[in-house]
Design a protein around this ligand. Sequence first.
Ligand code: MG
Length: 272
Amino acid sequence: MPSPFAPRPATPAPTATAQARPCPLLSGLPALNAVCLDIDDTLIDFTASARTALHGMIGRDDLWPRWQQLTDEFVRRVVAGDLDYQQMRCARTKAFFADLGNHLADDEVDAMEQRRLSEMNRAWTLFEDALPCLDWLRAAGLAIAAVTNASGPHQHAKLADTGLTRFFDAVLIAGECGVAKPDPGIFHAACAQLGTTPATTAHVGDRCDVDAHGARNAGLHGIWLDRSGAGVATARAEGLLAITGLDELPELLVSEYRLGPAGGASPVPAPR
Ligand SMILES: [Mg+2]
């Protein structure tokens, strides 16, 4: 199947009559006028960057699963309000080294964290399908929000460094909102900022629980991005919308929804 991002001949502009008369095949589809996107491991290859930085700190890669486990534990404490993100990073690194039998002083931990963070920030890379997908969503007339669990300053800097800021009509960051996915509050705040309703908004992210189910529980259309593809068949069998890359998102949206601010009255433009 050709890529949905591949150039194709321009579609003739529809006539006024065609615009006024909705296609009967589309009229039964739900309207969609906005898409929220997760950032880390959805648009930006966060895992690769974080893993590279951890390797730089300890000189080995086999402890990545333990680092991820500790990260989940400490982020839960941030969400609960027990720690801020800076405290969380230092406490996580201290706990990580304590596991290895190295009990580090606070100033040693601070120095290591600064080096790890600066290495990670140098290594941010976008997935290849991120920019074409965002261009397509823009061209389709959809409002776009970033909905992400992270600290505010860190995530704003990441969005700016990777050139993503310009795509978003709203940016919802857990560290600024005081509420994190999968809490419905952050999804509802995104809809409010976009001027949409949950029923006409989709959210796409790489975490099945936090992103897809979280959005669905908040009344949005949850779409799971499973880049490994390992869980897609099961998810679809359970009625969840799932894709293996952002290059599949345009086709999914066009087939499942009436797109645009008027719920499909405007034609979907050809991908740029
Ligand atoms: Mg993510």
